[in-house]
Write a new protein. Structure first.
Length: 169
């Protein structure tokens, strides 16, 4: 398995979403703490994985079943459930639109092709950031900014999280 996707990020957050189960609407007048709490709640329900990128850019993301030999700058693991045979890569802009307007959905139309097809079940995603945001080379050609390693998860234990990954208050 090797899937390569590109996504724009104008706010420093990207995410993977089970659009079938993710509850997107928060409030027409949400505030940032309320939104971040919503993201944590949805991650603990295994419908979302969201993290900060450290920069704004168009990111190249590789989905694979094993990591490359390249050393990651940082990484974390999080479980997610697939219930409709697919997950979507999305960004903060799409998530906030869906959080504010009940008629907006994930995936947004312009990102609906950013799909990862998987059998239904529970998975562990290892998110590997392959660059240091303080030394990022915008001119680097053929870069993979993030590697996401997908493994089946037969463990029924759910580890609760309390904040968006790599978010600093």
């Amino acid at each position: 398995m090797l899937i390569k996707l590109n996504i724009t990020d104008d706010s420093g957050f990207i995410a993977i979403v089970n659009a079938d189960k993710y509850f997107s609407f928060v409030d027409e007048n949400w505030n940032l703490p309320q939104l971040l709490n919503h993201f944590v709640d949805q991650m603990n329900k295994q419908t979302l994985i969201i993290w900060t990128t450290g920069l704004q850019n168009t990111w190249t993301i590789i989905f694979s079943d094993k990591p490359s030999n390249q050393k990651a700058f940082k990484e974390f693991s999080k479980s997610i459930e697939v219930t409709s045979g697919q997950l979507f890569l999305t960004n903060y802009e799409d998530l906030t639109m869906a959080a504010q307007f009940d008629e907006e959905t994930i995936p947004a139309n312009h990102n609906s092709e950013l799909c990862i097809k998987l059998d239904n079940g529970k998975y562990i995603f290892l998110i590997r950031q392959m660059f240091n945001p303080e030394n990022y080379d915008y001119d680097k050609i053929e870069k993979n900014d993030f590697e996401i390693i997908i493994q089946s998860n037969n463990d029924s234990k759910l580890i609760k999280i309390d904040k968006v990954f790599w978010w600093t208050d």
